[in-house]
Design a binder for this molecule. Sequence first.
Ligand SMILES: Cc1cc2nc3c(=O)[nH]c(=O)nc-3n(C[C@H](O)[C@H](O)[C@H](O)COP(=O)(O)O)c2cc1C
Length: 448
Amino acid sequence: MTSEKRQLRLGAFLFTPGNQIGGWRHPRAVPETDLDFSRYIQLAQTAERGRLDTLFFQDTVGISADTLADGGNSGYGRAAWLDPLSLIAALAAVTRHIGLVATATTTYNEPYHVARKFATIDHISDGRAGWNLVTSQIEDEAGNFGFDRHLAHAERYARAEEFYDVVRGLWDGWEEGALLRDKAGGRYIDATKIHPLNHRGERFKVRGPLNVSRSPQGRPVVSQAGASPAGRELAARGADIVFTAAQTLEEAQAFYADVKRRARAHGRDPEDIKILPGLLPVIGATQSEAREKYQELLDLLPADLDAKPLQRLAGELDLSSYPLDGPLPELPYNNSAHGRQQLLVDLARRENLSIRQLARRFALAGGHQVVYGTPETIADHLQHWLEERGADGFNLQFPFFPAPLEEFVDQVVPELQRRGIFRREYEGRTLRENLGLAIPQNPWTAAR
Ligand SMILES: Cc1cc2nc3c(=O)[nH]c(=O)nc-3n(C[C@H](O)[C@H](O)[C@H](O)COP(=O)(O)O)c2cc1C
């Protein structure tokens, strides 16, 4: 029975060993969740037991300079983690229902490789693969691919738009029923249902077809996390899931309405694009216990935490030359992540935060909102944002692993299920079915 109430979509953002600077040092933290595959199996099966929609794996194709500079002691960024595509392929074998979303950049990849890898994982997982499309957000990645500088923001998005078109065209190149395996008739394929792409664009020339047939869910799910107008346009045109960061309901509602409007302008049903802000829940049996656990996390932040966590977002401006307890100066346009930059500038202005205070807020959850409370009050918050159209769900962040994820699954999920706003059982076989998304029509079949 489908509930008439709007249903929450919940992703587990597995930024191991923890999404908070210093979170890996918590007494209950298991830092080995960064590279120990048996720990990933445990996390994946916990999230699936909680009926979450997706496991989401962030990625940057390099280590940030500030992590190497400070030895990772204050965890300015990650130093070692597993390649997310290899990881979701392996986790497909130890899970049955949960979606498996991995990040792959359009700036430092080729479309054919990305199309093939995600189509392959979609077959391996029986239709549960998702591609988090990013253009890459840190300068340090450029040096690993022969560039001296990160591509300019506008160029990155122009490349991403064409990259996405090629990947989608390759996925659509196989119609349903193209693979016959007809022993009696001796026909392995129906070649009339396999279409070369013959893409010749400004940045890519790709003949195709892909050497992987159409996937169980038509196409892998595509997620995008653009905050800038270019990012929102790309998301509105082709993403099924949009991740974002929002500190207030008003901010979230404005982003939600804008992206849904843009999707409609591209002829899409706005319900076919799910918007999930990030949220870091801190759960206590009582409000005061939750507050104590929140303070424990704050106490893990290095006392000498300076402006470094913000430096990447400050672009060319050297924040260390400004008084730490003074106001955030005007920031110059930032090539690598000006959408995220704007969210933090708005937060600093709205709450009159000093550089030090803003750095500590960012250090806690990377600019995402942190909500501490009992399972009931956290469920109230999620339900309020869902009903007020601030979100279709949330991309859940965790300061360390595995305890906070287990607490959410064991304490908040049952409360959401009791309220009838979250599933008790997975609805379908594929990620698209479980997200309530239509299986995409194949344009070649539609044109017959
Ligand atoms: C929840 C979330 C997850 C993200 N994950 C990644 C990631 O894994 N890799 C990456 O390069 N950028 C990631 N980003 C950054 C976005 O791709 C994007 O660059 C950023 O939101 C700024 O938007 P803009 O590029 O449109 O200015 C993420 C952003 C958000 C909000």
